[in-house]
Ligand binder design. Structure first.
Ligand code: HEC
Ligand code: HEC
Ligand code: HEC
Ligand code: HEC
Ligand code: HEC
Ligand code: HEC
Ligand code: HEC
Length: 403
């Protein structure tokens, strides 16, 4: 009897020990124990995961390993010439990528690609120095399939001192914790610039992941693992229960520009929160300001009659939040027509495009492509600024559209 009890105790202890061991190997999210991490969602939400993992949101920031970096590193298009003496070359050395400065053919400095920002139209990269990240002076642009100056960077000399602060991560990543630097500490004195915070590298959660948009999901995961027969979502905010403004705010958090006065960190936002508690807007939404086509889809859309008069248009009307914007422009026409049945264009308009063709090209005329006023770049050996072109979200009648 005693022997059996002893054996049982041993077995139980061994099992406990094994499960403890398992626990210690479990994923620990830098955001805290309320978070489960995106990998844990796949087992029950394969459809959403398959889409989202491939999306630009998930790639909005990423470690600069070869597979994540765009651009040419070894053929003709990998040199940026500043002047007769100075050039910058994008180079692959081993498994690492660098921007290398040459003066009169001699290497004088090299900076490593460590984190990439962006994937769809352009990609800029940063390197680490003194526990902070700094933008590399040359970025890759898909529109020209080439390297050119990072936005706002000079084309006559390489510049390496532009810090990429936590604010950038708050729109491009799911977490980046910082630590304040003591006013008079040695660490602060060592730093070349006047900074309050340093970013803790190990706390970065790259890209915009499931829980960035849905809020912490650990409880939800644990509940459904324990209760596989429950088919109604538990412990997770349902977008279906949110009102229009709350749904809009969940996207406007990052798609409404960056000029409001900050009250709280974007990282603290959860679906259902009101954006007005995070920013005090300096511009009214009814403002006739020309908002930039880069990064401000919300305010442009909010200026269009469709948005104002329909009282139901939001971002999800046209976008699947788990997928990239559709490349099939005709697919949007169907959405337009769901509100614009029985639409009649004027004869003069129909002369510019036959009705049949017009029916699948709403976007081409009413959401035309526009140059960003905020982002411009310069090619190597060029005095001219190139434009960064995006589609406007201010749906309207544009005079130039009826070519
Ligand atoms: C063990 C299974 C399981 C795991 C793991 C799981 N979920 Fe769910 N989830 C469910 C079930 C069941 C529902 C309810 C049915 C449905 O909507 O698919 C649900 C619903 C949802 C909904 C919709 C809520 C609504 O009512 O609109 C969201 C959002 C969601 N889950 C997010 C997540 C995220 C994010 C993760 C990972 C952190 C995750 N889930 C992990 C089982 C799971
Ligand atoms: C935490 C910040 C953040 C939130 C919240 C966010 N986005 Fe984004 N979104 C971004 C960033 C950054 C990009 C650019 C990614 C890139 O190209 O690298 C982006 C890109 C996109 C794109 C273009 C993707 C492509 O490649 O076509 C769409 C469409 C989009 N977002 C829609 C939405 C919608 C709809 C919501 C709300 C449900 C939303 N976003 C919420 C930051 C965010
Ligand atoms: C850019 C923000 C964003 C990201 C990232 C995101 N979701 Fe969603 N998700 C939404 C929104 C908004 C809805 C509501 C869609 C609707 O009502 O049509 C939604 C809906 C859902 C639903 C309900 C069913 C459905 O498809 O409408 C599930 C389940 C879900 N998401 C799981 C996930 C999982 C798992 C991930 C990560 C792999 C993820 N989401 C990433 C914004 C996001
Ligand atoms: C207020 C949120 C926000 C902040 C802050 C922000 N971005 Fe973005 N960024 C976006 C959104 C949204 C997009 C994609 C849509 C667009 O261009 O309108 C984007 C696009 C980009 C792209 C091009 C990606 C692509 O291909 O579409 C790069 C590169 C980029 N951002 C880098 C940065 C850097 C570097 C910083 C800091 C200096 C920064 N961003 C700060 C929201 C933000
Ligand atoms: C949710 C419904 C809805 C959707 C979707 C929608 N619209 Fe509209 N749209 C409206 C309403 C309502 C008005 C205002 C009509 C009025 O003033 O009587 C409007 C007005 C317009 C106008 C006139 C604008 C002006 O300034 O006079 C144009 C052009 C237009 N829509 C084009 C589009 C296009 C193109 C799409 C698709 C990309 C679209 N709409 C999608 C509801 C919608
Ligand atoms: C009436 C339909 C419609 C609505 C509503 C809408 N979008 Fe879009 N969105 C589009 C179209 C069309 C494109 C362009 C696709 C293309 O050219 O490949 C687009 C592209 C984008 C892009 C990629 C930018 C680019 O030019 O590559 C982002 C980011 C985006 N939308 C975000 C949003 C956000 C955030 C909202 C809500 C504030 C929103 N959209 C609402 C139709 C819409
Ligand atoms: C070739 C460019 C072009 C295309 C394509 C086009 N439109 Fe228009 N649209 C115009 C112009 C120009 C006007 C103003 C003159 C007119 O009414 O014909 C207009 C006017 C409108 C109006 C306002 C009508 C009113 O009575 O106030 C709406 C709504 C509209 N278009 C929706 C659409 C939708 C939806 C589609 C796609 C099915 C579409 N348009 C395709 C150029 C275009």
């Amino acid at each position: 009897m005693k022997k059996a009890a002893f054996l049982l105790t041993i077995t139980v202890l061994a099992l406990l020990f094994a499960s403890c061991n398992n626990k210690s190997e479990e994923y620990i999210d830098p955001r805290g124990t309320d978070y489960a991490g995106s990998e844990s969602c796949i087992q029950c939400h394969k459809v959403q995961s398959d889409m989202a993992f491939k999306s630009s949101h998930f790639k909005a920031t990423a470690p600069a390993i070869l597979a994540n970096v765009s651009g040419d590193f070894d053929s003709k298009n990998h040199t940026f010439i500043y002047d007769k003496e100075t050039k910058l070359v994008m180079e692959k050395r081993g498994d690492s990528l660098y921007q290398v400065v040459y003066k009169n053919g001699k290497e004088t400095a090299k900076y490593k690609f460590e984190i990439v920002f962006g994937t769809k139209h352009a990609q800029t990269s940063v390197y680490w120095k003194d526990n902070n990240t700094y933008e590399l002076p040359v970025s890759f642009y898909h529109s020209i399939n080439n390297w050119a100056t990072s936005p706002g960077f000079p084309a006559d000399k390489p510049y390496f001192d532009r810090m990429v602060v936590k604010d950038c991560y708050s729109c491009h990543a799911s977490n980046a914790s910082s630590r304040s630097v003591n006013q008079n500490s040695e660490e602060r004195n060592m730093m070349s610039m006047d900074v309050e915070d340093i970013i803790r590298k190990e706390t970065i959660v790259y890209g915009i992941d499931c829980e960035r948009c849905h809020g912490p999901g650990k409880k939800h995961v644990e509940f459904h693992l324990k209760n596989p027969n429950v088919k109604v979502a538990n412990s997770i905010t349902s977008f279906k229960t949110l009102n229009r403004q709350q749904k809009l705010d969940a996207c406007a958090l990052c798609h409404a520009g960056n000029d409001g006065m900050k009250l709280k960190s974007r990282f603290e936002f959860k679906p259902g929160d009101n954006l007005s508690e995070f920013f005090r807007e300096t511009k009214s939404i009814n403002d006739t300001t020309n908002f930039d086509v880069h990064g401000n889809q919300y305010r442009l859309m909010a200026q269009s009659k469709c948005f104002i008069k329909s009282d139901k248009m939001d971002c999800i009307t046209c976008h699947n939040p788990h997928e990239n914007a559709s490349k099939n422009l005709a697919s949007y026409s169907k959405i337009c027509m769901s509100c614009h049945q029985g639409l009649k264009h004027k004869e003069t308009t129909l002369k510019t495009m036959p009705e049949k063709l017009l029916a699948s090209n709403c976007v081409e005329c009413h959401m035309p492509k526009k140059a960003s006023g905020a982002i411009k770049f310069q090619l190597s050996n060029s005095k001219q600024l190139s434009e960064y072109i995006l589609r406007t979200h201010k749906i309207g009648i544009y005079p130039t559209s009826a070519k």
